[in-house]
Design a protein around this ligand. Structure first.
Ligand code: AMP
Length: 277
């Protein structure tokens, strides 16, 4: 497993890989969610490149960039047994050279949901992912359904910019009690960790309502709000029942829909989603 940080070394290593290459972009502090993407990339490609880069441009001024968890040695020890060919850990100076002023922006899809709560977030994501695609030239690139809007935005970007690759979205990996695995779960106190199942519980309650025939999106949103409100340690930021493709809020669920939410447990902001239909 080559562990590289310069762009020159990455390019040399990439040129030596013949055949298909799967890319898994991450911000590190790896957990089973990330590893499920890496395993899928390994199964579907001759070679795998994992990138680890805590991308400063996707964090807002009041967000957790400086305290985002990092443990490179642990990450590498988790990747070695899977048979990853290259781990690229570029520095911020490599990704954003002095004088940097070039950005990739996806328009309408980035306006609602996470985009509305985190202005500039998706501009940072699409810019860094476009740069990672350029640097690593993958055959397929793997992302998690956990970040549903990000997945939709990256798919759109890859089509719009004619990237010659396939974007693969992998299912959300969860803890036994339903909490979606996330590097940010580490911030939760014991009580907050117990309360954090409220995201899964409220999504499940809305899904059950849908399964019983409810198609009024406001009622589905109302069910999610009700379950979140019943958890004293949880503070809802938003709940959504949106069209799966456009991410616009629905009045009535007719086709495929995305139930999603952002909830604070103390200072920790968690997101989760289910797909309906
Ligand atoms: P991050 O390091 O948080 O930027 O995540 C890197 C990639 O892993 C993204 O494509 C995420 O959507 C994906 N990911 C994060 N958590 C999970 C999870 N619990 N299940 C599946 N994929 C995940």
């Amino acid at each position: 497993m080559d562990i590289l940080s310069s762009l020159t070394d990455l390019r040399t290593a990439r040129l030596s890989l013949n055949g298909t290459v799967g890319l898994v972009p991450t911000m590190g502090y790896l957990h089973e969610g990330h590893l499920s993407l890496v395993s899928r990339a390994k199964a579907e490609n001759q070679h795998v490149i994992v990138t680890i880069f805590v991308n400063p441009t996707q964090f807002g001024a009041n967000e957790d960039l400086s305290k985002y968890p990092r443990d490179l040695e642990r990450d590498l020890s988790l990747l070695r047994p899977i048979g990853v060919d290259v781990v690229w850990t570029p520095t911020a100076e490599v990704m954003y050279p002095p004088g940097y002023q070039t950005w990739v922006e996806v328009e309408a899809l980035t306006n609602p949901l996470e985009g509305a709560m985190r202005p500039g977030h998706f501009r940072g994501v699409t810019t860094v992912v476009a740069k990672l695609f350029n640097a690593t030239q993958p055959t397929k690139a793997y992302f998690g359904q956990k970040d549903a809007q990000q997945a939709a935005v990256i798919r759109r970007m890859a089509v719009d910019l004619n990237f010659p690759l396939e974007v693969i979205i992998c299912p959300t990996t969860r803890e036994a009690d339903g909490l979606a695995k996330s590097s940010r779960n580490k911030y939760l106190s014991e009580a907050e960790r117990a309360a954090a199942t409220v995201l899964f519980r409220s999504l499940s309650a809305a899904k059950d309502l849908y399964a019983s025939g409810e198609r009024d999106a406001e009622n589905l949103r109302g069910k999610m709000k009700e379950v979140i409100a019943s958890e004293p340690l949880a503070n809802m930021q938003y709940v959504s029942c949106a069209d799966y493709d456009s991410l616009q809020e629905l009045e009535t669920v007719t086709g495929k829909a995305l139930l999603s939410m952002a909830v604070f447990l103390g200072k920790t902001r968690l997101i989760d989603n289910f797909v309906l239909g």
